[in-house]
Design a protein around this ligand. Structure first.
Ligand SMILES: Cc1cc2nc3c(=O)[nH]c(=O)nc-3n(C[C@H](O)[C@H](O)[C@H](O)COP(=O)(O)O)c2cc1C
Length: 381
């Protein structure tokens, strides 16, 4: 089979000599952090597990811990809310109080013990908050009313996602509070020992709602022109950078496109990427969609070209995500110069030890990927 060398068939700009090309199992140094490889766990909410009052549980320890034991170079937490009303559902994790900070620190310690880096995705769900928990038999449509434990959602404009409750438009003073909540959560993430923060500005959540002209109809300093729509994201980045040590990597997850005419698109993503680079963001994690229902043909590697375009359009490292399954494909994305790392979602749920399997299949050493207690599979006697 012909080796996969990047979806656009382009070779990387910086690696023309054979042997120079980075591969999936090469380390990546960002700031003061050395990531042992470029196969990373994508953030995934564990919806049906009740993180009571936003406190991660033993399930989160085992879920994230087993991916660290499996060899993922970076283990990214699920979308973790910066405030109670920023949760997608009542059962989501958060990082706005001491109890949550302590619970995350325990998980971070375990992940570090396995040789992996620990990342946390900080998020506010905006108008996509207060949704029903994903439990068997629960109707997932619509919003949970306040009478049943839900809450009034907020957004840049009072525009509902079809089928969900209409959000309240955030007044200017409350936008400032959101920035403060991101800053506070970032300081807590540092104290808990996380190595990487990823700001969730994708999939139709609050920061993405500000970016897209389809969800942001404001006429003040936070809406209208491109510069005004990106203002909140930039303010959040600047606030987070004030408390997040300069040597620690800061990522932003973007939806490269809404897949809808007149919405957020690739050109705006590239332009935003340039602004993020100026504000010391280290990597853009490139996803797509999620703002409103759209026509998307999701086929293997379908988002990889976006990661490539943003990488060269913004001049920043990127990670690629979305229907990446095989080791050869993942390695080809990195070696082909489409992205600097690959995030695995559902395939990592199916195979927690994916990196070990991938290394074997790519004839790479598994040392450092296999936990010490498993390294010798032959019993002593
Ligand atoms: C159960 C589940 C939960 C998810 N939760 C999040 C999340 O918290 N934050 C996020 O940015 N993406 C989330 N995603 C999207 C994944 O991170 C990933 O981008 C998507 O699944 C595509 O990658 P895949 O094809 O490898 O699964 C979730 C996906 C799944 C399947």
């Amino acid at each position: 089979m012909r080796p996969y060398v990047g979806v656009l068939g382009m070779r990387p700009r910086t690696a023309r000599v054979k042997g120079d090309m980075p591969h999936l199992f090469d380390p990546l140094v960002i700031g003061d952090l050395r990531l042992p490889n470029r196969a990373w766990l994508s953030p995934m909410c564990q919806y049906s597990v009740d993180a009571h009052d936003g406190v991660p549980t033993d399930w989160h320890l085992v879920h994230l811990g087993s991916r660290a034991a499996g060899g993922f170079g970076l283990v990214m937490s699920e979308a973790t809310a910066i405030a109670p009303e920023g949760r997608i559902s009542l059962r989501d994790t958060g990082l706005w109080n001491d109890e949550q900070e302590r619970a995350w620190a325990r998980i971070v310690d375990f992940v570090h013990g396995q040789g992996s880096a620990a990342g946390i995705q900080l998020s506010h769900a905006g108008r996509k908050a207060s949704t029903p928990p994903m439990l068997p038999g629960v109707d997932l449509r619509g919003s949970v009313p306040e009478s049943e434990g839900g809450w009034q959602t907020v957004a840049p404009s009072a525009l509902a996602v079809p089928g969900q409750a209409t959000p309240r438009e955030l007044p200017l003073a409350e936008i400032g509070q959101v920035v403060e909540q991101f800053r506070d959560a970032a300081a807590r993430a540092d104290r808990a020992g996380f190595d990487v923060i990823e700001l969730h500005a994708a999939h139709g959540y609050l920061l993405h709602q500000f970016l897209s002209p389809l969800s942001n109809h404001r006429e003040d300093a936070y809406g209208g022109s491109f510069n005004r729509r990106i203002r909140l994201v930039l303010e959040v980045v600047e606030a987070v950078r004030e408390v997040w040590p300069v040597g620690k990597p800061l990522f932003v997850r973007l939806s490269a496109t809404d897949w809808i005419e007149g919405g957020w698109d690739l050109e705006q993503s590239k332009a935003l990427g340039q602004e993020l680079k100026r504000r010391h963001v280290d990597l853009i994690d490139v996803s797509s969609g999620g703002l409103l229902p759209a026509q998307i043909t999701a086929e293997p590697l379908y988002q990889v070209p976006f990661a490539h375009q943003v990488r060269f359009g913004a001049g920043l490292p990127t990670s690629a995500v979305g229907l990446v399954v095989s080791p050869a494909e993942a390695d080809g994305i990195v070696a082909g110069g489409d992205a600097d790392a690959v995030m695995l979602g559902r395939e990592a749920l199916r195979h927690p030890y994916w990196p070990q399997m991938a290394a074997r299949s790519l004839s790479q050493p598994t040392q450092g990927l296999v936990p010490d207690p498993y390294f010798r599979s032959t019993p002593r006697d």
